[in-house]
Design a protein around this ligand. Structure first.
Ligand SMILES: NC(=O)c1ccc[n+]([C@@H]2O[C@H](COP(=O)([O-])OP(=O)(O)OC[C@H]3O[C@@H](n4cnc5c(N)ncnc54)[C@H](O)[C@@H]3O)[C@@H](O)[C@H]2O)c1
Length: 433
């Protein structure tokens, strides 16, 4: 492991991205300062407990207390490197919200340590570093390459270990780095090589590094939209889309399986494409394909409710007044992150249509309406399976029958459909006819 001269690192934003980064810096011998506006989160970190359920953090719990945390920026003065990991959400009209990035930039400027390397890890569209962040420094009389250095290293962490990123984590995943100056690039590459075992690839420009992340997530969004569209089409043709994708995936090249579902959630995939769409608009380019992919994926919660209505019709039951259970609130398995989770969109649609809704997620007890699976199943006439948490996958499918569930919409195509049908329960997957 190479060790750079820079010994002191400040991380701004201690969320799903920033906290693991702070921990691996501490683990690799850096003095780490952690800055976050959320005082509750800081209290937990100070006590040595993780503010969220995340395996990568649990395994490094001993380092939590080594992070000198604060809700103020003054510790930035001591840092050689500042890593910015604040959120980059969209507003209700899907317009990028750069306020957290802008306020973090201002916090750095107020506390600048001359020659400091500032690395943006938050996902941003191409141009944000040069068109938004650098001008704020410039206005404060600070020149890139003289008073500070600006670099971008998009984060690729996949919290909760999905089936796609098996074997990869923050440490062994390759990264790309772009910077505004050669010196900044060299320092940033050195820094990441000192904390990671994955390859660190220098990019030709900071814009190219920004574009990499948006491209990765847009690639997923488009492919997900494709299989979601196939699911809806194949439902009408009586073809099992899961079987088709598994079949196509036997081709050893030029096909990468993606899976349809009740919706695309999280802080990245349903958000990042909008950053590119909006920035491209400014240059007079319309990303039609990306817009369409977003629309297609945004429709999946309402398609799921349609499937449920069809299932209830088959059972001669109305949706109005019937209790529907939503099983899983997190947007993906084995995490407690509910950002942009389709479960909440499904819940709103069901309530609009007069259904009663109960929810259960063992990792999100604060937002669940019942405390345990048994109560959940007892109350639910039909269930929408929305998150493939381990606890759900380990349950006895016979319990659905035992507690009186009449229909299941498998929003993740994860349950054993044959077994459920054999129990006499009405089963529909997404695109599984
Ligand atoms: N979560 C992921 O899987 C993931 C993966 C790759 C990239 N990203 C990107 O990383 C960035 C951070 O995402 P996250 O999931 O860690 O978000 P998060 O919401 O979990 O964490 C962000 C943290 O920043 C804090 N914060 C907000 N504004 C601040 C400010 N001005 N000063 C100090 N702290 C501030 C918040 O309190 C929060 O604790 C986003 O741009 C996201 O797109 C996320």
């Amino acid at each position: 492991m190479k060790r750079a001269k820079d010994n002191n690192v400040a991380v701004i934003g201690l969320g799903y991205v920033g906290l693991p980064v702070a921990l691996i810096c501490a683990e690799n011998g850096y003095n780490v300062f952690g800055i976050d506006l959320d005082k509750e989160k800081l209290k937990k970190i100070k006590k040595g407990t993780s503010p969220f359920k995340e395996d990568f953090i649990q395994r490094r719990k001993e380092w939590l207390k080594k992070i000198a945390v604060s809700d103020k920026g003054d510790k930035i003065k001591k840092a050689d490197i500042v890593v910015v990991c604040v959120p980059t959400p969209v507003d209700k009209n899907f317009y990028p919200n750069l306020k957290p990035i802008i306020s973090a930039t201002k916090m750095i400027i107020e506390n600048i340590n001359k020659g400091q390397l500032v690395i943006i890890e938050s996902t941003v569209n191409p141009g944000v570093c040069e068109e938004v962040i650098e001008p704020i420094f410039k206005e404060a009389g600070l020149k890139e390459g003289r008073d500070y250095y600006l670099a971008h290293c998009p984060e690729r962490i996949d919290p909760g270990k999905s089936r796609f990123s098996k074997g990869f984590d923050l440490v062994n995943t390759n990264r790309v780095v772009g910077a505004m100056s050669k010196k900044g690039l060299k320092r940033a590459v050195n820094f990441y090589e000192s904390i990671l075992s994955g390859e660190v690839r220098p990019m030709k420009s900071i814009r190219a590094a920004e574009a990499v992340k948006i491209v990765e997530n847009s690639f997923r969004d488009i492919n997900l939209a494709f299989v979601n569209e196939l699911a809806r089409s194949f439902d009408r043709m009586g073809i099992d889309v899961k079987d088709v994708i598994e079949g196509a995936a036997t081709k050893p090249y030029s096909f990468m399986p993606h899976w349809p579902s009740c919706g695309v959630g999280g802080h990245c995939i349903p958000v990042d494409p909008y950053y590119l769409i909006e920035r491209a608009k400014e240059g007079g380019f319309d990303h039609k394909l990306l817009r369409m992919a977003r629309e297609t994926n945004n429709e999946m919660p309402s398609y799921t409710v349609e499937l449920l209505q069809d299932a209830l019709n088959e059972l001669k039951l109305p949706l109005k007044g019937v209790t529907i259970g939503i099983m899983g609130l997190a947007y993906k398995p084995n995490v407690d992150d509910t950002r942009e989770s389709p479960s909440f969109k499904i819940m709103d649609l069901l309530e609009e249509k007069g259904a009663k809704v109960v929810t259960y997620d063992p990792l999100v007890p604060g937002k669940s309406t019942v405390k345990d699976l048994k109560t959940f199943l007892k109350k639910s006439t039909a269930v929408i399976f929305a998150t493939e948490h381990q606890e759900f996958l380990e349950m006895d499918l016979g319990d659905f029958k035992k507690y009186g569930v009449l229909a299941i919409i498998d929003g993740k195509n994860y349950l054993d459909s044959e077994k459920i049908k054999a129990l006499g329960i009405n089963y529909h997957g997404i695109g599984r006819a």
